[in-house]
Design a protein around this ligand. Sequence first.
Ligand code: S3P
Length: 172
Amino acid sequence: MTAAVTKPLVVLVGAPGSGKTTVGETLAAGLGVAFRDTDGDIERMAGKPIPEIFVDEGEEHFRALERAAVAAALASHAGVLALGGGAVLAEENRAALIGHTVVHLSVELPDAVRRVGLGAGRPLLAINPRATLKHLMDQRRPLYTEVATATVVTDGRTPDEIADEIVTLLKR
Ligand code: S3P
């Protein structure tokens, strides 16, 4: 007898401002499954908000917590899972995503900047959010593409429209 394998129905990846949390919550509600977000798991693990982790322990420590959170969530969450925008930077996380249904929510700079605003709650975007976001997006675009089994364009679209497209993809 083989043991039952728990894996997310779908994993959402994409840049900050691609709508992973909003779309993920909409999608999970529509499918009647739970939504989980590795950023939330990290905050629970650390007992403090992400900006405080960056200030107190630094980005390296945050990335270590993130690798642990990604591995744990991929092995235990059966619903919709959103990863933090920088999770794909770690080779370990990219390797862990192999075999999963991974949707890249793609976004171009204007919409990402509009959605992120002044970067509140996102320590990497605390200074000059537009230029930093452009740099992050240019650096990470190939990594999102590498891990994704499908890409959904989010620019100019509502969370409902994006979630509907993902539901259609999942039915295939
Ligand atoms: C980060 C994105 C954030 C969060 C952390 C680092 C990044 O998540 O994980 O602030 O490196 O881009 P969102 O993609 O939800 O903003």
